[in-house]
Design a protein around this ligand. Structure first.
Ligand code: NAP
Ligand code: ZN
Ligand code: ZN
Length: 350
């Protein structure tokens, strides 16, 4: 099926119209017309070659909300007309221990999981993501959406920004009685604030943007700290159970490890193109503090997060853009100038 898309042809060329081929639905596949697609900083890292391994043409987009147009014979959970989501993965081996645990993002299969775009990780043909009119995906990787139709533009970002913050918040036990920090209030960070607050944790946001402070409180932060202000930072020394770092650029981690309690954990989800400076050892060993990482989230926990968000009326705060404005959106994202997620209205592609 010839499908309209927007692609980067190299790391340094602007996006432009491109035609891709989508497979007709096989027995277990779901085909959907894409209504909205969120713009993740990972799209930018990939399209502009910040990370190694980008295959061109590159069609990013893994925060997809669409309407089902056709389903294969064996598909039982979805039917044409239904609103569904597709996130960061479109396949995995399904047989390894990670897949059996519903943590497909950590798949031990020969190529790991297959990314929605630029997949499979580890080689093979390129996959094309949500900057396109339609997509066909195995039903295992299709999510049910129960938000109201009017909320759909703000649901797309839950498929990456939402699950990437939800999974570590749940794993490290964010909830009542816990003090949780969220560093970098962009697409991921603003969802981290909303979800940590909704889970009942005392939530502290760390930002480098003084102009965001008032709004971040409205998102649900109990406190907002300007992370470049040493006096503000000092007040929180040794007090956090967990700090989730979503920053897309290399920065000093010691400023945050010092804020953890004994046994507290700094969880890295931001994936900057260049490494963070090596963290100091003493602040870690003297309080048995840890530094960990976390990758997106599995399909069952993504569904759990979507259902939680629908029940609690949670969506992403978005700025809608046209497909044609994607390069401008990337340039603004690099300046932390987005509140808090760009979402492409795919009607602009027609
Ligand atoms: P984003 O919307 O651009 O937000 C990043 C935020 O980090 C900015 O809004 C800014 O917040 C802060 N920031 C940016 N540059 C900074 C700097 N030089 N120093 C300190 N703070 C800075 O990006 P995103 O879409 O949330 O993605 C964030 C990162 O997570 C990216 O690297 C992305 O690739 C990665 N990611 C990882 C996973 C995973 O599975 N681990 C999944 C998705 C994305 P303030 O203005 O508040 O300071
Ligand atoms: Zn993403
Ligand atoms: Zn697997």
């Amino acid at each position: 099926m010839q499908t309209k898309a927007y692609a980067a042809q190299s790391a340094s060329t602007p996006f432009g119209p491109h035609t891709i081929d989508r497979r007709a639905p096989g027995p277990k596949d779901v085909s959907l017309d894409i209504l909205f697609c969120g713009v993740c900083h990972s799209d930018l890292h990939t399209a502009r070659g910040d990370w190694p391994g980008t295959q061109y043409p590159c069609v990013p987009g893994h925060e997809i909300v669409g309407r089902v147009t056709a389903v294969g014979k064996e598909v039982s959970r979805f039917k044409p007309g239904q609103i569904v989501g597709v996130g960061c993965m479109v396949d995995s081996c399904r047989t390894c221990a990670q897949c059996k645990d519903g943590l497909e993002q950590y798949c031990d299969g020969p190529v790991g999981f297959t990314g929605t775009y630029n997949g499979p990780v580890g080689g093979g043909p390129n996959t094309y993501g949500g900057y396109s009119a339609s997509i066909t995906v195995d039903e295992h990787f299709v999510l049910n959406i129960s938000h109201a139709e009017k909320d759909l533009p703000g649901v797309g970002p839950l498929l990456c920004a939402g699950i990437t913050t939800w999974s570590p918040l749940r794993h490290w036990g964010a909830g009542p009685g816990k003090k949780v920090g969220i560093v970098g209030i962009g697409g991921l960070g603003h969802m981290g604030v909303k979800l940590s607050h909704a889970l009942g944790a005392h939530t502290v946001a760390f930002t480098t943007s003084p102009n965001k402070v008032a709004e971040i409180k409205v998102l649900g932060a109990d406190e907002v700290v300007i992370s470049r202000d040493d006096e503000q930072m000092k007040k929180h020394l040794g007090s956090f159970d967990m700090i989730l770092d979503t920053v897309a650029a290399s920065h000093n981690l010691d400023a945050f490890t010092a804020l953890l309690k004994r046994d507290g954990t700094l969880v890295l989800v931001g994936a900057p193109p260049t490494p963070h400076p090596s963290p100091a050892v003493f602040p870690l060993v003297f309080k048995r503090r840890g530094i960990a990482g976390s990758l997106i989230g599995g399909i069952p926990e993504t569904q759990e997060m979507l259902d939680f968000c629908a029940k609690h009326g949670i969506t992403s705060d978005i700025e809608m853009i046209r497909m044609q404005d994607i390069d401008k959106a990337y340039d603004r994202m690099l300046k932390s100038d987005v509140k808090y997620r760009f979402v492409i209205d795919m009607a602009s592609l027609k």
